[in-house]
Design a protein around this ligand. Structure first.
Ligand code: ASP
Length: 329
């Protein structure tokens, strides 16, 4: 699916969720911790690309590192369902071949993004859920954990706050803000954001890939699946156009097929990456009340990181350059 492979300057971009990130609600130390985490993840992804790794290798390495970091709502540090459990979703897509793998509702795979990749490599199916997905991951030799591995005190407090306020299912960072407001103190961390993580990359051989991983929404109904593991909604990569990873109110992203819509606007409408991504984030999503953002890279190495919320944890790094990380507009 990749057009004639030309030497490309490798680039990787990542996100750690979008949302209402008020400067008033984040301390300088918290801000530094987020920048440092994003910086380290970008260096890890850059190293994979520098050593000749594929775009798929790089996005999986970056998302695995984000899953292992408790600051983000994926893997260790994932949010709780209304039942006080964890149900994790992840997807990966290789734009060079349109091969894709995804898992939903898993609770025992340490790194759901690696389970998604195992589904891709297994090759028979694209989306696996629950126990069947876990069995495939175990068979692929992936590290398995007890569900309690994903829990942190901060996320438990967010669940309690969401349930006390009868707020329904809330985006990770919105939950943190509500918690802070209730206490009249600065939030534990970051105000409001959706804490899903994702990565998109272009490798030296011109291949594109995308990966996304999430714990979903705090206080979500057990069994709810968001956009992240749905190919075309929260995750998409096509070597002819772009690789895209989304974060936000998943139901809205599903309804507009957000990630694929970016690629479709480029393919059918001839739009450049930034115009296509802006149309989705600033027109299509707001039209149905959808909040969030996305990261995308095209086959020329253009990167855009649009969001319609106050902020989005994000960053990018090109080969041979220093990482750049951002939180606010
Ligand atoms: N999109 C994710 C979901 O709805 C949430 C997020 O981005 O934080 O599951």
């Amino acid at each position: 699916m990749t057009p004639t492979a030309t030497a490309a300057v490798p680039v990787i971009a990542i996100h750690g969720g979008a949302g209402t990130l008020s400067r008033a609600h984040i301390s300088p130390e918290q801000e530094r911790a987020y920048h440092a985490a994003l910086h380290a993840v970008l260096l890890a992804g850059q190293a994979v690309l520098a050593h000749g790794g594929s775009a798929l290798d790089a996005v999986c390495a970056a998302v695995q590192a984000l899953e292992d970091c408790p600051l983000f709502n994926a893997g260790h540090g994932a949010v709780f369902t209304a039942d006080g459990t964890h149900e994790l979703d992840a997807a990966v897509m290789d734009g060079a071949t349109l091969a894709a793998g995804a898992v939903a509702g898993v609770a025992r795979v340490r790194n759901p993004v690696l389970a998604a990749r195992a589904v891709l490599q297994h090759g028979q199916h694209v989306l696996m859920v629950g126990e069947g997905a876990e069995r495939l991951a175990r068979g692929a030799g992936l590290a398995m954990v007890e569900p309690g591995y994903f829990s942190t005190d901060a996320r438990r407090a967010q669940l309690q706050a969401a349930q006390a306020s009868a707020a329904g299912a809330v985006l990770d960072h919105d939950g943190a803000a509500a918690l802070a407001a209730g206490r009249g103190t600065p939030p534990l961390h970051e105000g409001r954001k959706m804490g899903t993580v994702g990565a998109v990359a272009l490798d030296a051989q011109g291949r594109l890939a995308a990966a996304t991983s999430t714990g979903g929404l705090t206080n979500k109904r057990p069994g709810r699946v968001g956009d992240s593991p749905l190919i075309g909604a929260g995750t998409y990569a096509d070597g002819r156009t772009a690789a895209v990873s989304c974060t936000g109110h998943g139901e809205s992203f599903i309804r507009v097929a957000a990630a694929h819509d970016v690629c479709a606007r480029m393919a059918y409408g001839g739009l450049p990456l930034a115009a296509a991504a802006d149309a989705v984030v600033h027109d299509a999503l707001p039209a149905i009340g959808g909040s969030g953002g996305l990261i995308a890279v095209d086959r020329h190495g253009n990167v855009c990181l649009p969001f319609n919320t106050e902020g989005m944890y994000r960053g990018l790094v090109r080969a041979g350059q220093a990482p750049e990380t951002f939180i606010y507009r």
